[in-house]
Write a protein that binds this ligand. Structure first.
Ligand code: GYE
Length: 324
């Protein structure tokens, strides 16, 4: 009996030792890459969701991230990029708040041999050799989808004359320029459409509120449509419309862009008619692209994520939670 027990113990011991031997070597904790990312700020749910997504994707892929928030100032972004260069990061990424003014700092990155990825927004600088690629939404298409929705809505309501006010994003930013261009091009051939005024709301809720007050004072019940370049400005404008005695979504057609949860909830209540999606979930593509650049592999020059339209044309109860 004792002998049998001894054999059994030996067997168990040798099994345990063997499994220990065949184990994969421990993964090293060395990050595969050091990425410097300069974020614009925290102006919207979109931006906050975008920052979170980038942090999570870096964590998942074992990439070490130096993240700097520029608090809506271009000079802070330029200073952050210079710090990344001094720190000799492997790859630099940034979301340019506006399109111009990047030439010098990008030349410095190029001289240091550090590849640069544009995230979310574009630049107007001669990019040849200064940046590797752009990962961001097709803002022109977003504006176009907003305009196409409006034409369908005007048809379904049988409107003969459609007075529009536009609250735009930050002047000279890519989403502002391209969303406006896409929208204007989409409605250009429709003689019912009349844009009464376009006003800068800087993508901020407070500016949406203030601008809406001004527009209501000036045009009052003549306003048929509010086209706002992001959810924050829309959410700022809605209470002003109600205070002025109008029902948003009924007396005025409300069109927004982004698709954050707060705006989708209001769409479900019927106070917003249409939200064109702009996804902030760019982190995974950004990490994959940074790894490719470090490995010296070719990357696509422009990478657009897929996007959709949420509106009162569908069963809004079925819209899945947005996660930002
Ligand atoms: O629509 C807005 C944000 O650049 C796509 O910036 C982004 C825009 C987004 O603050 O909410």
């Amino acid at each position: 009996m004792k002998k049998k027990l001894l054999v059994l113990i030996c067997l168990i011991l040798s099994f345990v030792l063997c499994t220990g031997c065949s184990k994969e070597p421990e993964q090293s904790n060395e990050p595969s890459l050091l990425l410097g990312f300069s974020q614009i700020g925290s102006e919207s749910a979109w931006r906050i969701g975008n920052t979170r997504d980038i942090e999570e994707a870096a964590g998942k892929q074992g990439i070490s991230l130096m993240l700097e928030n520029a608090n809506q100032k271009q000079e802070n972004q330029i200073a952050a990029i210079r710090r990344f260069i001094a720190y000799k990061v492997d790859v630099i990424a940034f979301s340019p708040i506006v399109e111009d003014g990047w030439d010098n700092v990008l030349k410095e990155a190029k001289d240091a041999g550090i590849p640069v990825i544009l995230v979310d927004r574009d630049i107007s600088t001669e990019k040849e050799g200064l940046t590797s690629c752009l990962i961001g939404a097709d803002f022109y298409r977003e504006g176009q989808m907003a305009g196409e929705y409006l034409i369908r809505k005007a048809d379904s309501l049988g409107l003969e004359n459609v007075n529009i006010v536009e609250i735009t994003g930050t002047i000279n930013s890519t989403p502002m320029r391209q969303r406006q261009a896409g929208f204007m091009d989409a409605i250009a051939g429709d003689t019912r459409m009349n844009v009464m005024e376009s006003i800068d709301g800087d993508f901020l809720k407070s500016r949406g509120e203030e601008n809406m007050r001004y527009l209501l004072d000036k045009y009052g019940e003549d306003i048929d449509v509010v086209f706002s370049h992001n959810d924050e400005m829309t959410l700022g404008a809605l209470p002003e419309i109600e205070k002025a005695g109008f029902i948003p979504g009924k007396d005025m057609i409300i069109i927004s862009i982004d698709g954050g949860q707060d705006a989708i909830n209001v769409l479900k209540e019927g106070k917003i008619n249409c939200v064109v999606e702009c996804t902030p979930k760019l982190g995974g593509i950004l990490m994959d692209t940074a790894l490719k650049l470090k490995a010296g592999e070719a990357v696509k020059e422009i990478i657009h994520p897929d996007e959709q339209v949420f509106s009162d044309e569908q069963d809004t109860a079925k819209i899945e939670p947005r996660g930002y």
